[in-house]
Structures are given as structure tokens and as C-alpha cells.
Write a protein that binds this ligand. Structure first.
Ligand SMILES: Nc1nc2c(ncn2[C@@H]2O[C@H](COP(=O)(O)OP(=O)(O)OP(=O)(O)O)[C@@H](O)[C@H]2O)c(=O)[nH]1
Length: 374
């Protein structure tokens, strides 16, 4: 192997934490094939450095790689569709939501293996928005990113992005994910065996080249030779995206032939440094701000309570006198056990019963024999 891709590999005394690679991409961009390729690459290291792989796509029929944790072992997507009366996308989203409720356990498993693996790879659902625009996708991303160096690998179907309009749409989507996650980001131009990604690099580095390509493309002017709305929009967008491109690493890969995989791993290692220098301090800052806000709101509530108490006592001195602390009373309380006033209702005729809502199908509750108070 030309590159030493084992993250820890050996040099330092303490083992570095594994890098988590979250693969995201439009349906058919080649995520699964890409994961298989980097998996094969890591297995081929000397000594082999197999990654830890998580499949988060509940609807995938089969994966071309062995997974360590598979959402399909936890949630049966077809059963979820049936039980909740959902279509395919709702089923995938609900399955992911259910799996997310267990994600702390998943993280524990990954943490146990952290000493022995260099890379953890997440393959996400084929419908990109199910992961990128859902609460569970955000929870999973935040959870891994606060425990491990994490990088987003955004897989792009290069041949299908060769027209300026599709290229721009793809870049806008990538941009939205970058600003949402704020994580180190690698654009992986896949399928370079079919089409090289040089045009994309040129468009990213030189917006005039992109604008020329746009002008030369069909449908960019109307009948009177004026630029169409779409054309003007994309022209302006190319200027906006110029700033975004500065925050990205872009590599060309063929998941079919393995071309460019070494370069991808170099970008991952650079991303680890970026994570440590930029994301981690930002994470610590955000945590500190959250704690400060929480502390401030606690103090405000407490001072409101104290203020209310003072006003009450001033207005009602008789009650204030009766409100004195009586040491005798406390002794009595202690004799009673001195515990908080919790009531155990389990012996009541109608205790707070747990009803497993997942057992009833949506819209079919009539036939369900709900437990009733006796
Ligand atoms: N020529 C070529 N084909 C590729 C490459 N990578 C993936 N493909 C093909 O692209 C198609 C889609 O690949 P997948 O890996 O299933 O894509 P995916 O993004 O996981 O798709 P979803 O299952 O919808 O998430 C398959 O036919 C792959 O064989 C590549 O580098 N070169």
C-alpha cells in the first residue's frame, strides 16, 4: 500500500481515537459500493486494519460488506410499515427514529472497540433527506461527533453532475449539510472510471469557468437571447458558493477500480486535524454556553421564588409567623422516614398502567381491548 492509512498507526504512544466516516449521498451515488471499497482497502493493509461498520439503512436488501452493527437486526422495516400504516419513506424514517432511541448503547459498543479500530464507517439510508433532515440523523451525527473525530464523506455521482445545473444542485445540498453539521467535509467525486472529476475541480476553483460552462449550456437564454431566470440564479449562486468551496476537500474516486482511495484517506487524516483544531474547541464552547444559560435560568427562577416569598411575607405577616421552621416537626418527619412525598400507586385499583402503543396499528384501534379501570 502506498499510504499508511491506519489512523493510529503506530507512531504515537497513545492510540489515537478512531475517525468516524459518515457516508452521505443521493440515492445511487454509490455509497454502498464506496464503503465496500474503503473496507477492502483497509483489509488489504499490512497488518490488516478492518474498520467497524454500521449500516443505518433499514431498507437495504443486502450490503456488499459485513457490518458490525446493522439497523436491520434491531428494527424490522417491513413490520414498522405494517404496524404504523406507513409508506416506504415513512417506514425508513420511523425505523431510524426507533433505532436512535438505542443509539447510546450503539455508542457504548463502538467505544469498547475504539482501542482496536482506526476507522468507524456509517452507511446511511439511500434517501439522503431521511438522514440529513431528520431529528434522528442530527442526534446520531451529534452523538458520534461529540465522542470521536468525525468527518462527512459526501458521495457524488460524477457523470450525473456534469451539467452545470445538476452540479450546482448537488453543491447546494452539500453546502446545507456542511453548515448544518459544521463537521469536516470531504466531497467524494465517485465513478471517475466513467468520467473524470477535473471539470468539477475547475468549476469549484474558478467561478468564471463555471459561468462560461453555464452560458454554453442549452436553455440558458430565452427566445430573445436574455439569460433565463435559472441562468441568472445559478450565476449568482456560483459567487455565493465560492466561499463554501474554501471549506472543503475534494477527491476523485472510483469505487469500482479503487482509484483515488489513497487520496481519500489522506483527506480523512487532514480532517481529523481539522476536527481537533476547529470542531472540538467549538463543541466545548457550545457546551459551556449551554451550561451557563442553564445556570442563569436556574438562578433567575430561584430569585423569582425568593422575591415572591418576600412579598407574601410582607403582605401577610401572620402567615409568615406561622411559617417558621419548627425543629420538633422535623424530628417527627425523620421518625416517619423523612423521605420525599412519593406515592406508590401500584396497589391502587387503577395504577398508572403502561400501554404499549406500538402494538396497535394506526387507525385500527377499535378492535384493541384497552385495559379499563375496574
Ligand atoms: N462505474 C462505476 N459504477 C459505480 C461506482 N460506484 C458505484 N457504482 C454503481 O452505481 C450503482 C449504485 O451504487 P450503490 O453503491 O448501490 O449506490 P448507493 O448510493 O448505495 O445507492 P442506495 O442504495 O440508493 O443508497 C451501482 O450499480 C454501482 O455498481 C463506480 O465507482 N464506478
Amino acid at each position: 500500500m502506498d499510504t499508511d492509512t491506519s489512523a493510529a498507526s503506530s507512531s504515537g504512544d497513545a492510540k489515537k481515537k478512531p475517525v468516524v466516516i459518515i457516508t452521505i449521498g443521493m440515492a445511487g451515488a454509490g455509497k454502498s459500493t464506496f464503503v465496500q471499497r474503503i473496507n477492502a482497502h483497509l483489509h488489504a493493509q499490512t497488518p490488516p486494519a478492518p474498520p467497524y461498520i454500521l449500516n443505518l439503512d433499514p431498507a437495504v436488501a443486502s450490503t456488499p460488506f459485513e457490518t458490525n452493527i446493522d439497523i436491520r437486526d434491531t428494527v424490522d422495516y417491513h413490520e414498522v410499515m405494517k404496524q404504523y400504516n406507513l409508506g416506504p419513506n415513512g417506514g425508513i424514517l420511523t425505523a431510524l427514529n426507533l433505532f436512535t432511541t438505542k443509539f447510546d448503547q450503539v455508542l457504548e459498543l463502538v467505544e469498547k472497540r475504539a482501542e482496536t479500530v482506526d476507522y468507524v464507517i456509517l452507511d446511511t439510508p439511500g434517501q439522503i433527506e431521511i438522514f440529513t433532515w431528520s431529528a434522528s440523523g442530527a442526534i446520531i451525527t451529534d452523538a458520534v461527533a461529540s465522542s470521536f473525530p468525525t468527518v462527512i464523506a459526501y458521495i457524488i455521482d460524477t457523470p450525473r453532475s456534469s451539467s452545470p445545473a445538476t452540479f450546482m444542485s448537488n453543491m447546494l445540498y452539500a453546502c446545507s449539510i456542511l453548515y448544518k453539521t459544521k463537521l469536516p467535509f470531504i466531497l467524494v467525486f465517485n465513478k471517475t472510471d466513467v468520467q473524470k472529476h477535473d471539470f468539477a475541480l475547475e468549476w469549484m476553483h474558478d467561478f468564471e469557468a463555471f459561468q462560461m460552462a453555464l452560458a454554453g449550456h442549452q436553455g440558458t437564454t430565452d427566445d430573445e437571447g436574455e439569460p433565463t431566470y435559472m441562468n441568472s440564479l445559478m450565476n449568482s449562486m456560483s459567487l455565493v458558493l465560492d466561499e463554501f468551496y474554501k471549506h472543503l476537500k475534494a477527491v476523485g474516486v472510483s469505487s469500482m477500480t479503487g482509484d483515488g482511495v489513497d487520496e481519500f484517506f489522506k483527506a480523512v487524516e487532514a480532517s481529523r486535524e481539522e476536527y481537533e483544531k476547529e470542531y472540538l474547541p467549538e463543541l466545548a464552547r457550545a457546551r459551556a454556553v449551554r451550561e451557563q444559560t442553564l445556570q442563569r435560568s436556574k438562578e433567575e427562577s430561584m430569585s423569582r421564588v425568593m422575591k415572591d416569598l418576600t412579598v407574601d411575607r410582607e403582605r401577610n405577616p401572620g402567615a409568615a409567623l406561622a411559617d417558621r421552621w419548627d425543629p420538633e416537626e422535623e424530628v417527627e418527619e425523620e421518625e416517619d422516614g423523612g423521605e420525599l412525598n412519593l406515592i406508590d400507586r401500584s396497589d391502587d385499583p387503577w395504577p398508572g398502567q403502561y400501554i404499549d402503543l406500538t402494538q396497535s396499528r394506526r387507525g385500527q384501534t377499535e378492535g384493541v381491548a384497552w385495559p379499563r379501570p375496574t
